[in-house]
Design a protein around this ligand. Structure first.
Ligand code: ZN
Length: 257
């Protein structure tokens, strides 16, 4: 059996503020651009390894700010989505992509079945099990959480600029997304905020929402932030303030239902 992670790589999953008293549990699957040492550079340039194909720039920073404001637990993946994209099931081609936007990933082209399996066993399974266990424990303790996954997207995709600034994504359960969008589009509108954009369920991006939210009957939402808005500390704080308001109001509206 091929081993992937080394001692120096450390754990694939990190949990912060696990005992937080807030109702929300934040999940960040694309938090890191770190590549497990045995995978080297995956055949990519430094520029590609720093780009949005490797991770969601700014997403973890905003998630951490939100975790503080909402006293929410935060669970995130410590390795790049190019090693394994934890928002995809093992059978999905995009779980270990050979191509991402305009970049080819040479290190993913010639994997043996063993190497593929090692990535599933050592990156995806521990992450999936951690989130699933955490959510189950909270349910069992009589504190069923609200699941919120945090992402960012590139402002230019295949050479085309994107106007949408914040995406509120959902799958079969739109309860929380509906409330958040109602709040966001009432009165003074702060951002170009849209439902299921720039991605939606048809793009296969709702794996985590379904696994941890929908199948558990828990309210859930995926937040996609255009990454040019959260490039620096100020942008991240402004966005976290905004999302805190939407999530708090959304949660209140949910409990009033
Ligand atoms: Zn993402």
């Amino acid at each position: 059996m091929t081993r992937l992670l080394t001692e120096a790589d450390g754990d694939p999953v990190a949990i912060e503020n696990a005992t937080g008293k807030g109702d929300i549990v934040l999940v960040c699957e694309h938090a890191s651009r770190r590549v497990p040492e045995r995978l080297g550079t995956l055949g990519l340039t430094e520029q590609a390894l720093e780009s949005h194909i490797a991770w969601d720039p700014g997403a973890l920073a905003v998630a951490r700010l939100l975790a503080g404001k909402l006293d929410a637990a935060l669970i995130y993946q410590r390795f790049s989505r190019l090693a394994y994209d934890c928002n995809r099931p093992p059978e999905a081609e995009a779980a270990m992509p050979v191509l991402s936007e305009v970049y080819e990933i040479p290190g993913n082209r010639t994997m043996t079945d063993d190497e593929r399996q090692a990535r599933v066993e050592e990156i995806y399974r521990p992450f999936h099990d951690s989130v699933a266990r955490f959510v189950s424990a909270r349910k069992a303790a009589g504190r069923p959480p609200i699941l919120v996954t945090m992402h960012s997207f590139t402002p230019v995709y295949f050479g085309k600029p994107r106007a949408v600034e914040v995406g509120i994504l959902h799958d079969a359960d739109s309860r929380l997304a509906d409330h958040m969008l109602a709040v966001a589009t009432k009165g003074q509108v702060a951002y170009d905020i849209r439902r299921n954009e720039p991605y939606g369920p048809a793009d296969g991006v709702t794996h985590s929402l379904i696994e941890y939210g929908v199948l558990n009957g828990l309210p859930n939402v995926m937040i996609e932030i255009r990454n040019d808005l959260i490039r620096n500390d100020i942008g991240q704080r402004v966005m976290a303030d905004y999302l805190e308001g939407l999530l708090r109001k959304g949660a209140v509206a949910l409990s009033a239902q």
